[in-house]
Design a protein. Structure first.
Length: 194
């Protein structure tokens, strides 16, 4: 739970439900005035726990899909600019953005090619992603991936790839911020800020 926000997270609710179910299952049945009522309560709590688990999985899947989409856009554009295979660039972008240890992103992928990593580390200067809520006539949020790149300091350029993204496809934390009225939510992916 966020210390500045007293609203419990879905993780907190799921954990609490699981603990209540565990305690009720271990507790003595004879303390309940009606055993049928106990079974009904347990059934309801198990269903709520399952529902929150399903919602959490959906949120994690949405976050993973959005992360893959952003890195895919960077890889596609960078491979076009440098004439390198997109799959090699994708693996390298994941590693450069410190996501190489995330098995959800790297399972089944070969390690980054050191030659591609060398080219990208000399070419890419900064990668950011900016999410904006609805503005004017546009009802859906917009994702803008910005890459600063070039072969030398005098050759730097910024490439921006913008797409409308439905609220339902956004990671939960970004969606919440935009719905609360934040003008934009921005992340710097590379170089990674510590």
């Amino acid at each position: 739970m966020n210390k500045t926000d007293s609203t419990p997270s879905l993780d907190d609710v799921h954990d609490t439900l699981a603990e209540v179910v565990r305690l009720m299952e271990r507790g003595p049945v004879d303390r309940w005035p009606n055993p049928v009522l106990r079974e009904l309560a347990l059934t309801l709590l198990r269903k709520l726990s399952s529902l929150t688990e399903h919602a959490l999985k959906g949120m994690r899947d949405a976050e993973l899909a959005e992360t893959q989409a952003v890195y895919g856009l960077v890889a596609r554009k960078t491979s076009e600019l440098l004439g390198l295979p997109e799959a090699d660039v994708y693996r390298t972008v994941i590693a450069m953005c410190d996501e190489g240890g995330n098995p959800a992103l790297t399972d089944g992928l070969l390690p980054p090619d050191p030659r591609v990593a060398d080219k990208l580390s000399r070419f890419l200067v900064r990668i950011t992603v900016v999410y904006r809520g609805h503005e004017g006539d546009r009802d859906t949020p917009r994702r803008s991936v910005r890459m600063v790149h070039g072969h030398s300091p005098g050759d730097l350029r910024e490439t921006e790839i913008s797409q409308d993204v439905g609220y339902e496809r956004l990671p939960d934390d970004i969606r919440v911020e935009l719905v609360k009225g934040a003008g934009q939510v921005q992340f710097q992916l590379f170089p990674r800020r510590v």
